[in-house]
Structure formats: structure tokens, C-alpha cells
Design a protein around this ligand. Structure first.
Ligand SMILES: C[S@@+](CC[C@H](N)C(=O)[O-])C[C@H]1O[C@@H](n2cnc3c(N)ncnc32)[C@H](O)[C@@H]1O
Length: 275
């Protein structure tokens, strides 16, 4: 069966398809390694066993019921150090790379396509490894004052809500909706668009132009948008994407990601002011 799918490729290319860092088979292997890594962590953090069990149940339900692509390839796409989860993407490194906490301090934030919500959770805990027994005080000056995050996949939002409840986080609103259907009377100080302007899962109906027009619509007049590209392995027309962004936003800074996992490094991140 496997040989059939790859009938037209040489043995060397077949090997590359199976074991290139972005092939599903390789990523599933990394996902399994991450899971094993987290079992070790759980051995020393038994108070997190029940949470991990519940999160795993959501992952399994997602695999059974969700028709879209599983970005975590059977485990997690994003890491969450606070609860001992390893993912393909290093949440802590991403936050440090863009100095996210500096941009979101005391601001209202909207995150588009938040996946399992672990960036939001890290931001709302100020990246600290608190446990559920030590909830943060109601207002810490360097935290966002309010954070809304949404994703189209219900099981990912269940994971996000479960984790936020476990950590007793406040002022954090997770919603299950597509960006196309998302609505709010609020305008947000900070819009986060991380690897979301196009998605190869077939779940994004709007064009890149419509996507950034909507980003501008929900951005406060003096607000900013922080953009992260897809990995260069997937993002072939970044110049065109950035030309579209330039219609609605003014670029303040741009850099290539240098820290994090293999799946983080090499992406482009940029901060924009609304036009
Ligand atoms: C490549 S992942 C990026 C996740 C997250 N932004 C990050 O960078 O860690 C794309 C995410 O977008 C979500 N998604 C896909 N189409 C969407 C849509 N139309 N509206 C909202 N979320 C969508 C997927 O479920 C997935 O979690």
C-alpha cells in the first residue's frame, strides 16, 4: 500500500518523503518522542496526571471527530512548559523571540487561530511556571489586561479551556470559531497572527487580502499586529503576503527567528502599526 502511493518515486526520494523533517511520518515520530519526554516529566509532577489524562482524551476525540488536519500529528503542536507539555513549536522561545510580553503588557489582545491556546496561557502567566495551587493575583502590571483567543477546531479549544481552568487563569476568553465568523464589538490593542494567514488544512475560506483586512478591522486605531510567517519550507510567497499587509499596516520591525525548535527557526516575524 505504502509502496503503491510512492510508486513513481525512486527509493531515495521515498526515503526523503518518509523521513524529511516535515514529512508526516517523521513528525509523528517526533510527536511520540515528545509524549515520552512528557511521561518522564509527569513522573515528578503527579499532581498534573489528571490534567494530562483529560488533555489526551481531547486529543483522541479530536482525531476521531475533527475533519481538519492535526497539526500536532497525534500529540501537541505547541509546547506548554507550565504543565509539562512538549510540542513541535517552542512557545517559550517564540514569546522571547518577539518579546511578546513587552508588547502585550497592560493591553487587550486578540489571537487568531490559537491552536491549543498555549501562547495565550504562557502570556497570561507571564511565562512563569506557576501551579494551580498558586493562582496569579487579579492584576499583574506586565500581563495583558484581557486576552481573547479563538480557533476553528473544537477539541483544541477544549484543551485550552481545560488548561486555563487548571491554572485558574482570569481575563482569558477562548472561543471556538473560524476567523471568517468571529465577531466582536471590541477593538484590540494587539492582534496576533501567528502562522495563520493561510492554512493548508482547507479550513480557511477567505483570501490573504480578506484575512488582513479583518485583522485591521479588529485592531484599535493606535494598535499593533504581530505577524509570524509559516516556516520557509511551506511559505513560498512571503513577499506577496507582506505586500498585502502593507496595505493595512505600517511595518515597525522585521526579523528572522533564530531561537526555538527546528520548526520555529527561519520563520519571519514582524511588528506592524495600524495605518
Ligand atoms: C499552523 S496552525 C498555527 C497555530 C497557532 N497560531 C500557532 O502559531 O501556534 C493553524 C491553526 O489555525 C487554525 N485554523 C485553520 N483555519 C482557521 C480558520 N478559518 N479560523 C480560525 N482558525 C483556523 C487551525 O485549527 C490551527 O490551529
Amino acid at each position: 500500500m505504502i509502496i503503491d502511493c510512492y510508486n513513481n518515486v525512486s527509493l531515495l526520494n521515498y526515503w526523503k518523503l518518509c523521513f524529511s523533517t516535515f514529512s508526516p511520518s517523521y513528525m509523528r515520530m517526533v510527536a511520540r518522542r515528545n509524549r515520552l519526554n512528557d511521561y518522564k516529566w509527569l513522573f515528578y509532577h503527579k499532581d498534573h496526571l489528571l490534567l494530562h489524562k483529560k488533555l489526551t482524551e481531547h486529543v483522541i476525540l479530536g482525531a476521531e471527530r475533527w475533519s481538519g488536519y492535526d497539526y500536532g500529528e497525534g500529540y501537541f503542536y505547541q509546547s506548554c512548559k507550565q504543565i509539562g507539555i512538549t510540542g513541535f513549536r517552542d512557545t517559550e522561545a517564540r514569546i522571547k523571540q518577539i518579546d511578546l510580553l513587552h508588547h502585550t503588557a497592560g493591553k487587550t489582545v486578540l489571537e487568531i487561530g490559537c491552536n491549543s491556546g498555549f501562547i495565550a496561557i504562557a502570556a497570561m502567566t507571564g511565562l512563569s511556571c506557576i501551579t494551580h495551587t498558586t493562582p496569579p493575583p487579579p492584576y499583574i502590571p506586565n500581563l495583558p489586561i484581557y486576552y481573547t483567543a479563538f480557533d476553528i477546531a473544537p477539541y483544541l479549544i477544549d484543551i485550552a479551556k481545560e488548561t486555563a481552568t487548571f491554572l485558574k487563569l482570569q481575563n482569558l476568553d477562548f472561543q471556538c470559531t473560524s476567523f471568517e465568523k468571529f465577531n466582536s464589538d471590541r477593538k484590540f490593542d494587539v492582534i496576533l497572527s501567528f502562522a495563520n494567514h493561510s492554512t493548508f488544512d482547507g479550513k480557511t475560506e477567505q483570501t490573504v487580502e480578506q484575512y488582513f483586512m479583518r485583522c485591521a478591522r479588529f485592531c484599535a486605531d493606535d494598535g499593533i499586529m504581530i505577524f509570524e510567517s509559516h516556516h520557509p519550507h511551506y511559505e513560498k510567497n512571503l513577499g506577496e503576503v507582506m505586500q498585502v499587509i502593507d496595505k493595512y499596516f505600517i511595518e515597525q520591525s522585521r526579523e528572522k527567528v533564530k531561537i526555538g525548535n527546528y520548526y520555529d527557526v527561519g520563520r519571519t516575524v514582524a511588528v506592524y502599526k495600524k495605518k
